[in-house]
Design a protein around this ligand. Structure first.
Ligand code: GDP
Ligand code: MG
Length: 382
């Protein structure tokens, strides 16, 4: 069965551009047979009456050209949000394209996008920075700089180098991606152009099949860019905040924080006992033991309610698992002593002892993390 693809074009004061680009799009897809291609213009009641130009063209293209008029200017993200709802929920699209009205995106590339969709990709990006893609040599130096460096910053902060062009506005997106992330996109209220980065980031994190088609980006000939300076600030805000959230949600990070808290508990309880009820020399070992046990209880409780909250133990499991947890903790002492012993045998004692300690702690941490995941909370099950 042929699939339906709707090319969404957000417009704001693009009267002349829209009149040119729509016929070019339909000409470019004339030979595409596996997809039924339609165009949806989302105009924010442009002062230049872009929508009237679209209405004129609708007489020629009929049901293949749709128009959505936003009563007020909602920014690029707002326009795409409305356009996607319209395309997927009401016009029954299987795929949508994001496409600029201003001639920057070459419609002749559309068949390449369709070929990738037919190969099974969920998300196809018109990329300007890899595999022979390019940007307009006449672009002002400052815009080239922002675009190239900006993409690098995004890749580094999000630690994802699989995609070379995060800010491209020429993309094809499958309905499965839309259904999976649109709720979040709505909640976060992306202003303007940050929409593009947010959408791609969410799709990339959900492991959708994403690929790039190299494109040449031509600067607009008519009209003005609506890209504002707030874009840079909003982009930085988004990527840092998104990355921070990811780190905070990362199980190993929570595990490490739990360990630090456990250590502090141990120091605190030890000092407290030594200054109050167990002050004499012979009581140092009992104080030490009680402090260690307090740290173990702290680690166990925080792990069960935070780090492994998604695999929380049943009440009847708590006691046997806590005993297991104590054994694991004792095992980690043994592991650290073994590494100390190995180090001393190989390189001797002295200042290097701290290296054996660090190695011991690191190794014990990984062993513990493994045991927590496999034995105690069994994160691979559910
Ligand atoms: N509906 C709508 N379209 C917009 C808005 N801002 C930009 N666009 C459209 O989005 C596309 C890309 O905008 P443009 O200004 O060319 O951005 P640039 O290519 O990054 O400089 C064009 O088709 C614009 O008309 C907006 O607030 N509302
Ligand atoms: Mg443009």
């Amino acid at each position: 069965m042929t699939k339906k693809a709707i090319i969404i074009i957000p417009t704001y004061n693009e009267k002349e551009n829209i009149a040119k680009i729509v016929p070019q799009i339909f000409a470019a897809v004339a030979d595409v047979t596996d997809y039924k291609v339609e165009v949806l213009v989302v105009d924010d009641t442009s002062p230049d009456k872009t929508y009237q130009q679209v209405q004129k063209m609708q007489k020629e293209y009929g049901q293949r050209l749709h128009l959505l008029i936003n009563p007020e200017k909602a920014g690029l993200g707002g326009a795409y949000l409305k356009g996607m709802h319209e395309a997927f929920d009401r016009l029954d699209a299987d795929y949508i394209f994001e496409f600029d009205a201003d001639g920057s995106h070459d419609p002749a590339k559309l068949p390449e996008f369709f070929a990738k969709l037919s190969e099974g990709y969920d998300f196809v990006i018109g990329g300007r920075y890899r595999h022979g893609g390019s940007i307009d040599p006449n672009w002002p130096l400052i815009r080239k700089f922002y675009s190239i460096v900006g993409n690098w910053v995004i890749m580094v902060v999000l630690t994802d180098f699989r995609i070379g062009d995060w800010t491209s506005g020429y993309r094809a997106i499958g309905k499965n991606v839309y259904e999976s992330i649109i709720g979040e996109m709505e909640n976060e209220r992306f202003s303007g152009y940050t929409w593009q980065i947010g959408l791609l980031h969410k799709a990339a994190r959900r492991r959708f099949k994403i690929t790039e088609v190299p494109i040449h980006f031509t600067d607009r000939k008519i009209g003005q860019s609506k890209l504002g300076s707030e874009y840079i600030k909003n982009t930085l805000l988004y990527i840092f905040q998104a990355r921070l959230q990811e780190i905070l949600a990362w199980r190993f990070f929570k595990f490490a924080v739990t360990g630090v808290i456990g250590t502090l508990v141990q120091f605190g309880v030890h000092a407290l006992l030594r200054h109050t009820v167990l002050p004499s020399e012979s009581q140092v070992y009992i104080a030490n033991l009680l402090a260690i046990e307090c740290a173990i209880v702290s680690n166990f409780t925080i792990s069960n309610t935070w780090t492994f909250a998604d695999h929380k133990l049943e009440p009847r499991q708590i006691l046997p698992k806590f005993l297991q947890f104590n054994l694991t903790s004792a095992g980690s002492v043994v592991v650290q002593m073994l590494i100390m012993w190995l180090g001393v045998r190989t390189w001797g004692t002295g200042d290097v002892e701290i290296i054996y300690q660090i190695a011991g702690i690191a190794f014990a941490m990984f062993v513990n993390y493994f045991v927590y995941n496999k034995l105690i909370w069994k994160t691979d099950k559910k």
